[in-house]
Design a protein around this ligand. Structure first.
Ligand SMILES: *[C@@H]1O[C@H](CO)[C@@H](O)[C@H](O)[C@H]1NC(C)=O
Ligand SMILES: *[C@@H]1O[C@H](CO)[C@@H](O)[C@H](O)[C@H]1NC(C)=O
Ligand SMILES: *[C@@H]1O[C@H](CO)[C@@H](O)[C@H](O)[C@H]1NC(C)=O
Length: 187
């Protein structure tokens, strides 16, 4: 019994050390030279270990301050058309499917599925991109999006990993964290 506890403790400690150096990568709609782009960003702020009640011991990354938040339900096969991001904002797709394309660059596009990997940052506001981007919702269900503009139009500190959306390897680092279980506050 003791051995198992020691093992679990060590495993958790390793996991948490891993979490503390892990950074979130997120697909972003940016802009360069007046045109929207699709980029993979690595957020500067690494995961930390939460000490908040209810999530204590879990991995948590502070994303940014938020101005407000809205909940949008898009019907299946909806076409959002060509548009600029209304604000510098996070979009969290909780369900459904979004397909993002650029008007003058057919070489790249992004599918964002709702759920665990449904996080996107949108920065192509009208002041930096002339035409914006097009978002379609080709899923067979509705798509639900939480839109969360940042305070004062701030863009989170990040480095650009590459052009184009983040790939599976760049977002699946989250999976290892899920094994963290219930945390270590019961002793
Ligand atoms: C939400 O925040 C954005 C960005 O600050 C602001 O422009 C917008 O008016 C706000 N919307 C509401 C309904 O408060
Ligand atoms: C991209 O594809 C669309 C539709 O297939 C086409 O109308 C448009 O001219 C293409 N744009 C470029 C820059 O190739
Ligand atoms: C982000 O990308 C880096 C480098 O490709 C990778 O090591 C890391 O695991 C990724 N983070 C997540 C949360 O997947």
């Amino acid at each position: 019994m003791r051995h198992i506890q020691t093992f679990l403790f060590l495993a958790l400690t390793l996991l948490l050390q891993h979490a503390a150096s892990l950074q979130l990568n997120v697909t972003a709609i940016g802009a360069r030279d007046g045109a929207s782009t699709i980029e993979c960003w690595q957020l500067e702020q690494p995961f930390d270990i939460s000490t908040d009640p209810g999530t204590s011991g879990s991995a948590v990354a502070m994303l940014s301050s938020a101005a407000n938040m809205s909940y949008t339900v898009l019907p299946s096969n909806y076409d959002g058309g060509l548009h600029n991001g209304p604000h510098k904002q996070w979009v969290v797709f909780t369900t459904g499917l979004a397909y993002i394309t650029l008007p003058d660059d057919n070489s790249t596009s992004a599918y964002v599925t709702g759920g665990q990997f449904g996080l996107l940052f949108v920065a192509d506001t009208a002041d930096v991109s002339q035409k914006g981007h097009r978002t379609q919702y080709p899923g067979i269900t509705e798509t639900v999006a939480l839109q969360i503009p940042t305070c004062d139009g701030r863009i989170p500190e990040h480095t650009v990993l590459h052009m184009g959306p983040c790939n599976v390897d760049e977002i699946s680092g989250l999976r290892g964290l899920a094994a963290g279980g219930k945390g270590s506050d019961s002793t």
